[in-house]
Design a protein around this ligand. Structure first.
Ligand code: NAP
Length: 338
């Protein structure tokens, strides 16, 4: 099936890949960006024609533009949400745009007669604030936002998804709502403007870390995350569904090993030694970015993706491909010098 779909955040990593896949499948795509001056730069990266891909200006923090962007759309993928590289001064810098932006998009969608609304949530809304001996999570789990390991981004995604679900339960008759909850997203890049999720690969590849901290993440490919959104937009009976999008959990040392094996001499700066936890804790006292993720140290958070496999027929590609495609594009685009 095809039709007209709104993808919010067309300037983003996941939003861009989703737009490419939807255009290739024959959809007409409306996309929101904050500033229309970016259209000329984005259009060649996304494809389509002025008829099949239309840009609209809309900010998560303002009502302006959302109604216009939704006009004529039967489907919405609400992808936009702040994912900054730096720790915010205050949690609300992320929570307010994430939550209020989702509600703005939902209200405009309902008013426009949209029948299917897919929201990009996150594993961040699932796997935080649980006992450390819990290592495998499913769609039934919810992050506890008052726990010490729930930093600003984690809170923003949890609060936004909960607020959206509550709004839909009260007001969403006639509109099916579901979420895609990815772990760390890696994979090919189309420009030097890349998502914060790729920072870890950049740092390992350029050797800017003195060693490998004991951090790890579930990893999923951007192409597979976009594909899950397409399935959620098109398959029947998606009301209130929730799907984790993840491949395997990788420690930094696993990522380093994949890079060394796949890149040969181009991986010469990839660190080999492990950074002891005590050293990372000291670094966290001085670095707010490390401080906010210090709860991740030694913490394994695997995902059970059987629900997506069974319900959507979705599978993740080999994780080596995602890691190496990220690295090769970072080298090709001059983002890292190896
Ligand atoms: P990204 O490349 O940074 O894209 C974020 C998008 O959100 C951009 O288009 C950005 O627009 C837009 N945005 C941010 N604040 C906005 C605002 N106030 N008004 C309007 N648009 C705004 O990140 P991404 O990796 O593609 O992430 C997309 C979604 O996936 C987010 O909801 C994120 O939470 C979720 N997610 C990502 C990962 C991951 O590892 N990447 C994992 C789980 C979930 P600008 O270009 O103007 O900044």
């Amino acid at each position: 099936m095809t039709g007209t779909v709104l993808v919010s955040g067309g300037s983003g990593y996941i939003g861009g890949e989703l737009i490419r896949q939807l255009l290739a499948a024959g959809w007409t795509v409306h996309t929101t960006i904050r500033n229309l001056s970016r259209e000329a730069e984005l259009r060649p990266l996304l494809g389509g024609t002025p008829e099949t891909l239309r840009f609209f200006a809309a900010d998560l923090m303002s009502d302006a533009g959302w109604a216009e962007a939704m006009t004529g759309c039967s489907h919405v993928a609400h992808v936009a949400s702040p994912l900054p590289a730096n720790a915010p001064q205050h949690d609300d810098e992320l929570i307010v745009p994430a939550r209020d932006g989702a509600l703005r998009a939902l209200k405009a969608a309902k008013a426009a007669g949209v029948t299917r609304f897919v929201m990009t949530s996150s594993m961040a809304a699932i796997a935080y604030g649980h006992p450390r001996n819990r290592t495998t999570f499913t769609e039934a789990d919810w992050t506890k936002i008052d726990s010490p390991d729930a930093y600003a981004y984690v809170k923003s995604k949890t609060i936004a998804e909960r607020a959206a679900r509550e709004w839909v339960a009260a007001n969403g008759a006639g509109m099916e709502f579901c979420t895609v909850n990815p772990t760390l997203v890696l994979g090919p890049l189309h420009s030097g403007d890349f998502s914060t999720s790729l920072e870890a690969i950049k740092k390992i590849l350029e050797g800017s870390m003195p060693g490998l901290p004991n951090f790890g993440f579930g990893v999923v490919d951007v192409r597979d995350v976009a594909d899950m959104h397409v399935r959620c937009l098109t398959l029947p009976d998606m009301a209130n569904e929730r799907f984790i999008a993840s491949g395997p959990f990788l420690w930094m040392r696993d990522i380093a090993a994949i890079l060394r094996e796949g890149l040969g001499p181009q991986a010469r700066k990839v660190p080999k030694r492990k950074l002891p936890d005590w050293l990372v804790r000291i670094a966290a006292r001085f670095d707010p970015v490390i401080r906010q993720v210090i709860g991740e140290l030694g913490h394994e958070r695997d995902a059970d993706t059987s629900h997506a496999r069974v319900r959507l027929g979705w599978t993740a590609r080999p994780v080596q491909d995602s890691v190496l495609d990220t690295a090769r594009d970072m080298i090709r685009l001059g983002i890292v010098k190896v």
